[in-house]
Write a protein that binds this ligand. Structure first.
Ligand code: IMP
Ligand code: MG
Length: 175
């Protein structure tokens, strides 16, 4: 069955915002090496766009982690599993976690503890979307694309039961 999806953020709005984030990050990390850690699967679309918006004053490296707190349901299970760890040694490196959305904050707070234990030179967080109204655990977010209200969104990596990740806009699935 085809569900109706209403557009929350257009492709143009998202592109413009990612361009600005890339400029901010380029300025903040100029002359440095920066490891971007994309969180699979949802963070992949944002990671590839963001990394290309960072200019060549920054020596950008990519890595990936996969953690899970959601199954095919639209509510948090409260359980975090690290299914794939990153490959690079991040000790003494500047690291930025790149996530699609921060909701309860559970996934990220856990991941940041795991990564922080490896003693990076710095550890920051960049998310495309932030739903502050849903926060259960405080997380310091350094770069935010858009703050959105408490609605379940899809597109640009975000899924509903694995569907809609490839949409180039952010939409809300109509009930
Ligand atoms: P948290 O641990 O509750 O912050 O959950 C973060 C993860 O839940 C995100 O990385 C997404 O994979 C998923 N998630 C949270 N809200 C949404 C949403 O509105 N749409 C799709 N996935 C979501
Ligand atoms: Mg995610």
């Amino acid at each position: 069955m085809k569900e109706k999806i209403s557009v929350l953020l257009t492709e143009e709005e998202i592109k413009a915002r990612i361009k600005q984030l890339g400029e901010d990050i380029s300025r903040d990390y100029a002359g440095k090496e920066l490891i971007l850690i994309g969180i699979l699967k949802g963070g992949v679309y944002f990671l590839t766009d963001l990394s290309r918006a960072i200019d060549d004053s920054v020596d950008v490296r990519l890595d990936f982690m996969q953690a899970s707190s959601y199954g095919d349901e639209k509510c948090t299970s409260g359980v975090i599993r690290i299914m794939k760890d990153c490959d690079l040694d991040i000790k003494d490196k500047h690291v930025m976690v790149v996530e699609d959305i921060i909701d309860s904050g559970r996934t990220l707070s856990r991941l940041l503890v795991v990564l922080g234990d490896r003693k990076p030179a710095s550890l920051r967080l960049c998310t495309l979307l932030d739903k502050p109204a849903r926060r259960e655990i405080e997380v310091d977010v350094d770069y935010v694309g858009f703050e959105i209200e408490d609605k379940y969104v899809v597109g640009l990596g975000l899924d509903s039961a694995q569907q809609y990740r490839n949409l180039s806009y952010i939409g809300v699935v109509e009930e």
